[in-house]
Ligand binder design. Sequence first.
Ligand code: NAD
Length: 563
Amino acid sequence: MTSVPTNAADSEVERPEDMPTGVALLNNPLYNRGTGFTLAEREAFNLDGLLPPRVLSMEHHAARILQNFHKKPTDLEKYVYLIDLHDRNQTLFYRILIDNLEEMMPIVYTPTVGQACQQYGHIFRRPRGLYISARDRGQIAERLKNWPIDDIRVIVVTDGERILGLGDLGANGMGIPIGKLSLYTGCAGIPPAMTLPITLDIGTENKDFLDDPLYIGLPQRRLRGAEYDAFIEEFMQAVTERFPNVLVQFEDFGNQNAFTLLERYRNRYRVFNDDIQGTASVTLAGLLAALRLITLESGATRKLTEQRLLFLGAGEAGVGIADLVVSEMVKQGLAAEEARQRCWFVDSHGLVVKSRTDLAAHKLPYAHDHEPVADLITAVDELRPTILIGVSGQPRTFTRAIIEKMARFNERPIIFALSNPTSKSECTAEEAYSFTGGRAIFASGSPFPSYKLYGKTYHPGQGNNSYIFPGVGLGVVVSGARHVTNEMFEAAARSLADQVTEADMAAGRIYPVLSRIRDVSVAIATAVAEIAWREGLATAPQPDDIGQYVREFMYDPQYTPLV
Ligand code: NAD
């Protein structure tokens, strides 16, 4: 087995004992650096003659890649180009990702990754990560042995049933764990060799894929019920045995399974669900920062406990956000029931109210006493929310009339259209600003460009989970926390909100600029790790300076000399 160093700071210096040489080294993306190998390295690793003679620096490589990247005519072609680089030279891929995060993130993650997943079989180049399929039942432990690295610390796993807001993409969903893990490395410095993307291919209900000869997954309907549960149980037992220090992030599972699996495993293993908990944390951070912004502008303190929230969409994201908002309100002095009364939901059948008989269990805590209401606009009229949050996957559902009503009831309406990808957003940034005369505080799931109105520039916030999960993961990994708790996500939200500077606020931002994400992740990881040590959840020895320890762990891609 290839050994990888546990400390990323050494990862480029300490070579594995069985470091490949010659052509095998050039074909190994973890260690390959092409014409970046020095003359001494070429001699030591039998590369002489296999490379053009001139040695080029990482800066030269990065310049060439960026030049070619910018020539690609579509975002999907840019995605394919970056994936090829990822498969060829990981060090360079991460250097470029980190140094150009604002430009690269929408390519390696939402929205472009959504398009890539829809066409995965057609743009497929090389496999990455592990595919565990329904065919592997009873042998999952054997399959996991095929992964060549033992010290895996972070796995992102999906069963592809609800990819972004795009529905069931089956095994094509693999683009999501790959994209998320590249953000773990890019945003929080988790060494790439310690990450592993996994797709559980238990079938798909996507008719187009079932009929597509180039679909990469099993062409069969999904396993359901007891068969599905047994498959996941076998996977969880096998994966935690094979990789005892691993953090497992559940990603883009269908709504019902997402809640069930989180409840089933959160106290057994080191797991979390990003769609529920990561989304909640980044949204709470945005709300806290938005209220701070209003407080700064108006001089009167705006508290979370005084807000009324209305959600469009009562799924993983919506209920996850409400649960975290409620625990924060409770921390700020409200009783839990009072806090829940401040959160209202509209789902595909109208307002979630007590008299409804069709409600799934996760919606029940938010089913309040109220007459049935059929649609969002009437709900806005009746409830007069201060905060409107879209997590429905239904595009353009925040209509002009709804946005204008929000502006009529609120001096600074808070409007978050979080559905991904961009094509699913409940409204655009332009609509939110222009229909409120520039008064909306707006955030979206996928990025929108800055918008100019009346000579002023508005910077829409991106309520993107990548502000949260990499830092939380880093904190869990360095502390070896046995479980990932809600308190950690609350702390992450507060830490993120605290890092929005007055300069950010003056420019109307409610999230820090992306170029600061690695510092943001350090602060979040430190807050999370502190909880792990304080609550007795940590398994690693506590260092004197947690922040320093976190920084030293982080992978910084360089062509550090190998000989
Ligand atoms: P989900 O399937 O669990 O929930 C979707 C909810 O929307 C369900 O309650 C459904 O009843 C409701 N809905 C569907 N059609 C509706 C309609 N016409 N009117 C009102 N409600 C309707 O999905 P989820 O995980 O909660 O994700 C929902 C959306 O949020 C997705 O587009 C996803 O990409 C997005 N999301 C964004 C972020 C982020 O940017 N931070 C994070 C997670 C999810």
